[in-house]
Design a protein around this ligand. Structure first.
Ligand code: FAD
Ligand code: FO1
Length: 454
């Protein structure tokens, strides 16, 4: 593995005290195309040691609800079976990683730990906290970006236009299959606690969303199937129809990418093998490669990725200048939550979120920008948009989300537009604009059945 994929090193990795190698799986919940896993296995093979994979189930994570954990746990069950088949021990512990990981390292004489790079502050502080409590070496590996985040750029980028050339220049060098996971020759012989998959989910204190009716097949196999079906049957519609929520033009890959059940690297390699010429895939590659990796760049280099202070200077100044503009409509969190605004298109997008756990990309921008327009301040807009997105979106709690919301409300990675009330120079979107893109009434009727809601 290219050493530039190691983002952070804690303690001296050269110390070769004997003992099993541990991979603490978190962001990349898959065995195939998982750099951290193959890196950990390489080290275990070199040192002729057992390899153990641990997942620590936290009883809450950034407003995640019951259906998000259900999706995640169904995927993890498939991952556990796959690891067992490769003679790699897997254990799932429930509780606080900052206690359980150091304890596990001590109890099993672990000699080295590898874990997933993650730009979100919750994971970064967990990893730092754990590093202070252990003496064995620990490395974080970027298995989420094709070009490792600190190789693509050493700083926060202004926008896609500044990061894109840097990413494409390095794509050739970093887009390649990593070594297959081998059947591990050194078994881990000690007892590990059983995992009662059937009772885990209900043992967690999670909110249930009563309106959620969608079903998402979960796990790396389902993610791969979704990818193959998209490339086979829908990629050729992507460029023309990805802005039309009444067409099934999007890949639907975000839940699998968010939980790391598939990697964007697998998708790009599959595109290379497909019949498609790069001109037909350009729009999609822009999203899954440039935009997705721009999000990790933003969250990694800007600690204020989820608040007003993270916005570009021009945008903060402009929003400040319009703080006292009259708001024609003002809604409380509950009004947004139940899709109770004057705007039926907005309400339909909110009901798409509540019933399917997702809002179509185009409407996500509209949905978020209207929250800026109908709240008393950009700070309140950020708080509401993040809470709704993280509480109800199956792909939420993700750098793409914080970045998409900062783009919508704070002009991040965007330019200044014609100044107007409330928005200042932040790009504006409205109902007329949506009507020019797609059949708004058809979309509204899909998600707003009159008798049910809104
Ligand atoms: P496709 O268009 O098929 O894209 C494929 C993949 O490319 C996506 O899964 C994602 O990984 C990446 N991608 C696509 N568009 C973007 C983008 N604008 N920025 C970064 N990556 C992108 N995406 C999330 O994964 N989680 C979120 O919580 C999230 N919240 C958002 C909130 C707002 C306000 C906005 C404007 C965008 C948000 N996005 C989020 C980005 C984008 O809307 C979703 O990634 C996309 O709708 C997911 O559906 P898909 O996989 O079918 O999309
Ligand atoms: N990561 C974990 O290591 N343990 C968890 O229990 C866990 C729960 C969880 C629930 C919803 C969700 O969207 C993500 C969750 N994650 C968990 C984090 C995930 O692995 C990613 O690290 C972040 O969401 C993206 O940075």
């Amino acid at each position: 593995m290219d050493p530039r994929r190691v983002i952070t090193v804690y303690h001296d990795t050269k110390k070769s005290n004997q003992g099993p190698i541990l991979y603490w799986m978190s962001r990349e919940q898959r065995t195939e195309s998982n750099w951290a896993l193959s890196y950990a296995q390489q080290r275990a093979l070199t040192e002729n040691q057992p390899l153990i994979v641990i997942f620590v189930l936290m009883d809450s994570f950034l407003h995640a609800n019951y259906s998000h954990y259900d999706f995640m746990l169904r995927g993890l069950k498939e991952v556990a079976a796959g690891l067992q088949k490769h003679n790699i021990a897997f254990t799932l512990l429930k509780g606080d990683p900052s206690k359980l990981i150091p304890q596990f390292i001590r109890n099993h004489g672990i000699s080295h730990m590898v874990t997933d790079f993650d730009p979100l502050r919750q994971k970064k502080s967990l990893q730092q906290h754990i590093a202070e409590k252990i003496t064995v070496s620990m490395e974080t590996v970027d298995g989420h970006n094709i070009v490792p985040v600190t190789t693509a750029s050493k700083k926060q980028e202004y926008g896609a236009y500044t990061l894109r050339p840097k990413l494409h220049k390095l794509l050739e060098e970093f887009l390649h299959q990593q070594p297959k996971i081998l059947k591990h020759p050194v078994p881990f012989t000690k007892e590990l606690p059983d995992i009662s998959w059937s009772t885990l989910l209900d043992s967690l204190p999670l909110e249930k969303n009563p309106y959620f009716t969608a079903t998402y097949p979960s796990g790396p196999r389902a993610g791969k199937k979704q990818m193959e079906d998209f490339i086979e049957n829908r990629l050729n519609n992507y460029a023309a129809h990805s802005n039309d929520p009444t067409k099934e033009a999007l890949s639907g890959l975000s839940p699998y990418l968010h939980f790391g059940q598939i990697s964007s690297q697998q998708v790009l390699l599959a595109l290379e093998e497909s019949k498609f010429h790069s001109s037909a895939t350009r729009d999609f590659v822009e999203q899954i490669f440039v935009r997705k990796e721009l999000s990790d760049n933003y969250c990694y280099y800007n600690i204020n990725y989820d608040n007003f202070n993270g916005f570009p200077h021009w945008a903060k100044k402009s929003l400040d200048a319009h703080r006292r503009d009259p708001r024609e409509h003002l809604y409380a969190y509950e009004d947004f939550l139940h899709g109770n605004t004057h705007d039926r298109l907005w309400n339909a997008a909110q009901w798409e979120l509540l019933t399917t756990g997702k809002i179509h990309s185009y409407l996500r921008m509209y949905w978020c920008k209207k929250i800026l327009q109908w709240t008393k301040s950009p700070e309140e807009a950020m708080a509401f948009a993040i809470k709704l997105n993280d509480s109800y979106s199956i792909d939420g709690r993700d750098p793409n989300g914080y970045t998409g919301i900062a783009w919508s409300i704070g002009g991040l990675h965007d330019r200044a537009w014609k100044e107007r009330e409330i928005f200042g120079k932040i790009r504006y979107m409205n109902y007329q604009g949506a009507k020019r893109k797609f059949d708004v009434l058809q979309y509204i009727n899909t998600y707003l059945k009159d008798e049910e809601h809104g």
